[in-house]
Ligand binder design. Structure first.
Ligand SMILES: Nc1ncnc2c1ncn2[C@@H]1O[C@H](COP(=O)(O)OP(=O)(O)O)[C@@H](O)[C@H]1O
Ligand SMILES: [Mg+2]
Length: 263
């Protein structure tokens, strides 16, 4: 497989890009891929928290010319070909950064012999670094929540990504609870005119995972959201993955009846 790069983007902030980048990159590495995940959200850097990494050297040091990229690469899991490049936390962070340098880092990592798949966790909206990340990546994965404001912003991002020449791989619907009130995947496909590649359910343990620095796929590999990440990774990497059927308890069936949840 030749190497590929995927920018994980959204219109609105807080929809789950970093959560998806972390879990998806682990799932891809578990399928035997050589994966690099880069935090390009320099203003709201938080990928390192998801992995429980304390980054002494980060992308920011590289962009400011204070360190070489190799020193900003972390390998949190033994036995997994996974490189993590944190963005770094600093108050005066954006001063003196040439946006071309981020583009160079993305191109360098994509071409690196280590990388089969580069995941670029991008900033929300359409600021300069988002545009750089999208332009430098071959593909874009659009993350939305199943609600109208998230979709209207995602639509703008989709149009810009297409203008920048990045292929839209598909849409990931995150935090789905499959209630009647929220938009169904088919409605989202109609609005965005793009395929929904994955629906990641709302997972109450997600917050704890970030707080403990252990991604859900590692902490709760049998949770429905972890299975959804694995299925998405399988589809992206050309592998097979059969999601096990959830065990539906009598209480669940009863609640579905009352709350009108979709099956
Ligand atoms: N599937 C999910 N279920 C529950 N909470 C989630 C889920 N995905 C993300 N979150 C929570 O949503 C918040 C924002 O997620 P994050 O990945 O930081 O979004 P973004 O990178 O798009 O800003 C975090 O508190 C995270 O724990
Ligand atoms: Mg983020």
């Amino acid at each position: 497989m030749s190497s590929t790069s995927i920018a994980v983007v959204s219109g609105k902030g807080g929809v789950g890009k970093t959560t998806i980048s972390a879990n998806l990159s682990i799932a891809l590495a578990e399928f035997g891929k050589k994966v690099t995940v880069l935090d390009a959200d320099i203003e709201m850097a938080n990928l390192e928290y998801h992995f429980g990494i304390t980054a002494h050297t980060s992308l920011l040091d590289v962009l400011k010319g204070r360190a070489i990229l190799q020193d900003a690469i972390y390998t949190p899991y033994e036995g997994l070909d996974l490189w993590v490049v944190p963005a770094g936390i600093e108050l005066t962070k954006l001063k003196g950064i040439n946006p071309d340098t981020l583009s160079d880092v993305i191109e360098y990592l994509t071409d690196s012999s280590h990388t089969d798949i580069l995941i670029v966790d991008s900033p929300a909206g359409l600021n300069q670094n988002t545009v750089v990340a999208i332009s430098a990546c071959q593909n874009t994965l659009l993350v939305v929540n199943p609600e109208i404001p998230s979709l209207s912003d995602a639509l703008k991002t989709r149009v810009v990504a297409e203008k920048l020449g990045s292929a839209i791989l598909g849409v990931v619907v995150n935090r789905a609870s499959r209630t009647k009130e929220e938009l169904a995947p088919e409605e989202i496909e109609t609005i965005l005119e793009k395929k929904v590649m994955a629906v990641i359910p709302e997972e109450p343990r997600m917050k704890a995972c970030v707080n403990y620095g252990i991604p859900l796929i590692k902490a709760y590999p049998d949770s429905p959201a972890a299975h959804a990440f694995k299925k998405l990774a399988a589809d992206i990497s050309g592998n097979e993955y059969k999601v096990p059927k959830p065990k539906v308890s009598i209480i669940d069936r009863f609640l579905r009846g009352i709350l009108g949840r979709r099956s």
